[in-house]
Ligand binder design. Structure first.
Ligand code: FEO
Ligand code: CA
Ligand code: CA
Ligand code: CA
Length: 775
């Protein structure tokens, strides 16, 4: 048990060894340090500096990115992949091709504020409030936005300065705290909770790249540097906002117009007007709900919605007991339940004769913290129980305020991020915009990452006007608040249909038997129930989406699904066609696949699809390894994915089925198009439509990560000379804080390091000859 001294704001202040007066002048003009720290213990207030800044030129770098005359045009798509394929391996290091170098840029705890010292966990894990100015944990989705040092605004062509914006999906508690997570008398210590809340969310990091050496560094003094956390105030926009709906009303915002925080930010997206989109994925696990809440003043519809989103309550059943009162278990270690004459489990009943429901605990028990630094309300909000007379006095609706796509303008620190409700609420994995074509509507494509969930799209009413570049949240209001919302249905012949999820259409009415929809706000807030109602196709865990810049075709990773073909509700179908066994155990869609589709226009309600790529181990049978993978490109569990603007597709893995042979990886691909392959039959006899088989020249392994990590998040500078990736949760299977199974990122520079804590981190990869990546 670790005891903390109460947080003292002086403990970490005045460590500023930088000589950058520029930042200090602005800081001190705007806000005293004392009040800054006090107001930002959990990010409840944010730095509001950059908005007043007309430019941030802090060096004399030339803004030009014109390549030297002896280089090929980096903007053209390579005809084939020529870098040396990286071998599968289990090393504790990021391995890149010959002639490339990988440098750790931004790891858990690294400071983005000159007043805070760098992370040195060997000495001390920094205090919780300081994480408002440090890198969060579990780096995930990420985008680079070019920064004009002349205007301080977005410049899509700037490679010398930029804002790197990235998600911190969740936390590895084992290594985030000095000795792992603790509890004192059943409560989480406040400093640990503040550290955890602050280690979630999003980072905005100003970086600069040397135009000669391509070396990238963080501009630590930049006023653009910013952390958005699970406490940052956010606005709601779109059809689910009050007065259209009471579903977002809480004690914090009785009018239902705001909430605090974004969390479990997984994949991402970006808009052509220069804003970042972050996807709230497994948000529901952050909420606690007591068994007695089943008998609170809640409608049956509310309980249905809570259950569909993972906050339903399980019945407590009577168990047989041993003589000492412990629960009896059979020879297979299963709990032995009391059964009635029909062999049904017998529920426990309370003193009033009502069925007892089990408490549902939250992942990190933030609701147990006792306020000292913060207000108690900051912790109470993580319990979804009905505790007061109305929803405007408690946090029964708090889960409804998460699970959205959030727009962040990295160039504007003065306004709150905006949760865009028109894009629906579910376990959002990713959100990719269609190509920006003047006069055409935008489509935003999105996956819901759970077994058997759906693929959605939102189509804007507004058509693209390039004058909206740098339009910030006002442009977001224009393109992301009004439009049509759809879910995908795939048929066996290679055709598909977008079914509109609109109140009053397709059975989404008050009379619906799954949920009594009374408004578009209901349809969006409970999009999963709407999609269930219209018969959407249950997919193999839709993760990231990528849009091919050459032809607009849309790719979706379906990472794997242990239910596929095993669970009667998820039989194989043409779009999710495989059920087979992993030699190491496990059955279903073991290695995942990438589906793609072609639409006549972004507003189309039909599409044509095929399966671009099947994950597999190279030596698996041809009716499993349907894409013809070899040792140079075999992979399992595709997750992160991005088309760079040239048309190179980057594929990343988050795997557990091939990890006996290799750590997770990133591959580069040069795909063809929908319809370039043929009909095939899988090992389990399911017919489907496969894309052309791949070759070593159009699919090749670019990188392998360190031990027990996931590789996720990918973006580049517009000159293609630096590519950024994230290493998430290295050493995630470590049993204890003092027994790490990985020492990365310390091992990246010292392979013999046997002591350092593993930390999630952003890595920048450049070529030693300074040329274009995969060029
Ligand atoms: Fe956060 Fe679905 O990966
Ligand atoms: Ca993911
Ligand atoms: Ca993951
Ligand atoms: Ca395997």
């Amino acid at each position: 048990m670790t005891d903390y001294m109460p947080y003292n704001e002086d403990q970490e202040l005045d460590n500023n060894t930088s000589d950058n007066t520029h930042f200090r002048d602005i800081l001190e003009q705007r806000i005293s340090r004392r009040s800054l720290i006090k107001r930002t213990a959990s990010g409840a207030a944010a730095l509001a500096l950059a908005s007043s800044l007309s430019a941030c030129s802090d060096d004399d770098d030339d803004n030009s990115v014109t390549p030297p005359a002896d280089q090929e045009d980096p903007n053209s798509k390579p005809e084939s992949l020529s870098f040396t394929a990286v071998d599968k391996n289990l090393n504790d290091i990021v391995t890149v091709p010959e002639g490339y170098q990988a440098t750790v840029l931004y790891a858990l705890g690294d400071s983005i504020h000159p007043a805070f010292s760098d992370w040195n966990a060997d000495k001390n894990v920094p205090l919780g409030p300081s994480f408002q100015f440090r890198s969060g944990d579990c780096h995930d989705g990420m985008s680079y936005f070019g920064l004009s040092t002349k205007t301080g605004r977005y410049d899509a062509n700037a490679s010398d300065h930029g804002l790197l914006v990235l998600n911190h999906e969740y936390i590895n508690q084992t290594f985030l705290h000095p000795e792992g997570p603790t509890k004192v008398n059943g409560r989480r210590p406040e400093d640990e909770v503040i550290r955890e809340v602050n280690a979630h969310g999003v980072s905005v990091v100003h970086i600069k790249k040397n135009t000669e050496t391509q070396a990238v560094e963080i501009v630590k003094s930049s006023p653009f540097n910013r952390r958005i956390t699970a406490s940052t105030v956010m606005d709601f926009a779109g059809p689910a906002v009050n007065p259209n709906s009471p579903l977002l009303r809480t004690a914090f915002s009785p009018a239902g117009r705001q909430t605090r925080g974004t969390q479990n930010n997984c994949g991402n997206g970006y808009t052509p007007w220069g804003t970042y989109l972050t996807a709230e994925e497994n948000f529901i696990g952050y909420f606690q709900r007591s068994g007695t809440d089943q008998y609170a003043d809640r409608s049956e519809a509310e309980k249905t919605a809570l259950k569909r989103y993972g906050l339903g309550l399980d019945i407590s059943y009577q168990t047989e007991k041993n003589a000492d009162g412990s629960i009896k278990r059979d020879e297979k270690n299963n709990i032995v339940y009391v059964l009635d004459a029909q062999k049904q489990k017998v529920p426990e009943l309370d003193e009033q004769g009502r069925i007892v429901y089990l408490d549902k605990s939250s992942r990190y028990a933030w609701e147990t913290a006792q306020a000292g630094v913060e207000s108690q309300d900051m912790y109470d909000r993580w319990s979804a129980n009905v505790t007061k007379a109305s929803a405007t006095e408690d946090y029964r609706n708090a889960p409804n305020t998460f699970g959205w796509i959030v727009e962040i303008d990295p160039f504007d620190n003065s306004a709150n991020p905006v949760k865009r409700t028109a894009l629906g609420r579910f376990a959002h994995e990713d959100c990719r915009a269609s190509r920006a074509i003047e006069g055409q509507q935008f489509a935003f494509y999105m996956g819901d990452d759970s077994r058997g969930e759906y693929i959605y799209k939102f189509v804007s009413d507004a058509v693209w006007d390039p004058k909206d570049v740098n339009g910030g949240y006002a442009a977001g209001d224009k393109y992301m608040n009004t439009g049509k919302f759809y879910v995908a249905k795939f048929d066996a012949s290679g055709q598909g249909e977008w079914i509109e999820l609109a109140f009053g259409k397709n059975g989404l009415t008050q009379d619906n038997t799954l949920y009594p929809f009374s408004s578009q706000a209901d349809v969006l807030t409970f999009a999963r129930l709407a999609a269930d109602s219209v018969g959407a196709t249950k997919m193999d865990r839709p993760e990231w989406v990528a849009v091919n810049p050459e032809n607009g075709e849309v790719y979706v990773t379906l990472t794997n699904n242990s239910n596929r073909g095993n669970n009667p509700e998820q039989p194989v179908n043409a779009a999710n066609p495989r059920n087979y066994s992993d030699p190491e155990g496990g059955k279903g869609n073991v290695n995942g696949h990438i589906i793609r589709f072609k639409e006549e226009s972004t507003a189309a309600t039909t599409f044509e699809w095929d399966i671009y790529l099947f994950g597999a181990e190279a030596q698996m049978d041809a009716n499993i390894n349907l894409s013809g993978l070899t040792d140079a490109n075999d992979f399992s569990s595709p997750d992160g994915m991005w088309f760079d603007p040239r048309g190179v597709l980057w594929i990343q893995t988050d795997d557990g089925a091939y990890t006996d042979v290799t750590n997770c990886m990133m591959l580069a691909a040069l795909p063809g198009q929908v319809g370039d392959g043929q009909s095939v039959t899988t090992v389990n006899g399911q017919a489907t439509i496969a894309g052309a088989q791949v070759t070593d020249e159009n699919l090749r392994r670019f990188l392998v990560g360190p031990k027990e990590c996931e590789i996720t998040g990918v973006t580049m500078t517009p000159d293609y000379k630096a590519i950024f990736i994230n290493v998430q949760h290295p050493g995630e299977d470590s049993p204890r804080f003092d027994a790490p199974t990985s020492h990365w990122p310390a091992t990246q520079t010292d392979i013999n390091n046997k002591t350092a804590r593993p930390r999630s981190a952003t890595v920048v990869i450049t070529r030693t000859d300074g040329k274009a990546i995969a060029g």
